[in-house]
Design a protein around this ligand. Structure first.
Ligand SMILES: CC(C)(COP(=O)(O)OP(=O)(O)OC[C@H]1O[C@@H](n2cnc3c(N)ncnc32)[C@H](O)[C@@H]1OP(=O)(O)O)[C@@H](O)C(=O)NCCC(=O)NCCS
Length: 158
């Protein structure tokens, strides 16, 4: 399924839609094809100060019948630790709830990834549990922490 979101703007970032073919190239052969995950599309992140691409953010799974989607994200090392991903993710959550009509947004992160867990907490997602033996971005099943934010959470805190 092909779906192209509009560009989004935040205080420090431009989020520009990234074509699905270049996403697959960037992810490499050791990852699942996006279409198998039901990936609609995602955004490349550009820093407004330089207009250079510094990462990506997007919905890596979208279950239209249940109104649930999952986010994925990555930032170049040199740009970490400045709150940039939290800034990008807030605008993606707003887009998901306001424009895609989602009722629930999930994220899966490896237990050994405290920076990711910290970002997810900061944007209002709650840790709900552990998902074991899950086939995700890599070819081998892994264990993940499941985070989520519901529309009700978003309206209460957003
Ligand atoms: C996860 C990631 C996107 C975070 O982006 P970021 O813009 O650096 O996030 P922030 O600047 O908001 O910083 C993250 C927070 O984690 C904290 N943190 C970073 N490394 C940490 C560590 N090893 N242990 C504990 N906390 C850590 C930071 O201090 C910061 O805390 P704060 O919110 O109190 O300031 C980035 O590290 C990344 O791209 N990692 C590789 C890809 C990845 O893991 N993607 C997520 C898959 S689920």
């Amino acid at each position: 399924m092909s779906w192209t979101p509009p560009p989004l703007d935040t205080k420090r970032l431009h989020l520009r839609p990234q074509p699905i073919a270049s996403q697959e190239k960037a992810r490499g052969s050791n990852s699942l094809p996006n279409r198998r995950l039901g990936l609609p599309s995602n955004w490349q992140i550009f820093h407004k100060a330089t207009d250079k691409a510094i990462g990506f953010v997007g919905f890596i799974r979208w279950e239209r019948d249940t109104g649930c989607a999952e986010i994925g994200f990555w930032l170049e090392r040199a740009h970490r630790g400045q709150g940039l991903m939290a800034e990008a993710l807030r605008s993606v959550l707003a887009f998901g709830f306001n424009r895609m009509g989602l009722d629930r947004i999930e994220a899966l992160c490896q237990p050994s990834n405290p920076a990711s867990e910290r970002v997810l907490s900061r944007i209002g997602m709650q840790r709900e549990g552990i998902v074991r033996g899950h086939l995700h971005a890599k070819a081998e099943p892994e264990t993940f922490h499941l985070y989520a934010i519901t529309r009700a959470d978003w309206l209460r805190t957003g």
